[in-house]
Design a protein around this ligand. Structure first.
Ligand SMILES: Nc1ncnc2c1ncn2[C@@H]1O[C@H](COP(=O)(O)OP(=O)(O)O)[C@@H](O)[C@H]1O
Ligand SMILES: [Mg+2]
Length: 261
């Protein structure tokens, strides 16, 4: 369970990125965080794994007060939280399987990770993770030979191999074409449902957020302006989240959905 209690985040330059955030996210939820660019979506999810420190308030993850973690404790804590980025963050000049195996040795330098020896059990676990995202046949291919969608699935497999309780995803489909985006979203959904892993995802595409997430958190200027189930989201609510710029966004997602169908 993730719990934000009156969380505020001000960057050193004075930018207030989060204000009075109060949220409780239960294990196994699929949450989409939506809002305009600059609203605070990335800051919100990056506080959860201590990529950013909060300025005030309390943030608990499964009873652990995240702000109080130190050094080794932070690394151990982060092992339970997978992070997926728009840009995949893979080592593209090595094979898919090696990229997944990297998740087993988080504290070693990169050269050890790449040349490292792994146990049979770890290799099986890595292959299993690749199977879960449907790219087992790509295990021994170099990452730079894969499409963007396949690369994002490698990133997802790498995260799965660490058996996380939570996956944080920051715009994971932003650089993918609509068809591939849906395939990657299907993977997230399946992982969420089959393995009861919580998914908290920042996402630009409202229509896809509503289609896949159970719960929508709308952020505007660092504050939560909507928190409810996807089915409760109306045009009026989107207007509030996007400050009346919904038309623009609707136009864009319409173009995309035409392409998908
Ligand atoms: N490292 C940083 N230093 C200062 N300001 C930042 C930093 N990162 C983000 N911001 C600012 O904080 C606000 C929220 O940013 P962000 O969380 O990245 O929003 P989003 O992900 O919704 O686009 C924005 O005004 C942004 O410019
Ligand atoms: Mg962002």
């Amino acid at each position: 369970m993730i719990e934000f209690i009156q969380v505020e985040k001000t960057y050193p330059n004075g930018t207030v990125a989060l204000q009075n955030i109060n949220l409780t996210i239960g294990q196994g939820e699929f949450v989409a965080v939506i809002g305009l660019s600059g609203a605070g979506k990335s800051t919100l999810i990056r506080c959860i794994n201590r990529m950013h420190d909060i300025t005030s308030g309390t943030l608990n993850v499964d009873g652990t007060n995240v702000s109080q973690l130190k050094g080794k404790e932070i690394r151990r804590f982060r092992r339970r939280i997978g992070m997926i980025f728009q840009s995949f963050n893979l080592v593209t000049r090595i094979t898919v399987i090696k990229n997944v195996l990297v998740s087993f040795v988080p504290d070693l330098p990169m050269w050890r990770k790449i040349t490292g020896l792994y146990t049979r059990e770890q290799k099986l676990k890595a292959l299993e993770a690749l199977e879960k995202v449907g790219i087992l046949d790509k295990a021994f291919i170099r990452v730079d030979q894969l499409s963007g969608g396949q690369q994002q699935r490698v990133a997802l497999a790498r995260t799965l191999a660490q058996s996380p309780d939570i996956i944080l995803a920051d715009e994971p489909i932003a650089s993918l074409d609509p068809v591939t985006a849906h395939m990657v979203m299907d993977d997230f959904k399946r992982i969420n449902q089959d393995m009861n892993i919580s998914v908290i995802m920042n996402i630009h595409h409202v229509e896809i957020a509503l289609e896949y997430a159970d719960r929508i958190i709308g952020i505007r200027q660092g504050a939560v302006v909507f928190d409810g189930s996807s089915s409760q989201v109306t045009k009026g609510i989107l207007d509030e989240i996007y400050g009346g710029k919904t038309e623009e966004i609707a136009d864009r997602s319409e173009e995309k959905s035409v392409y998908v169908r």
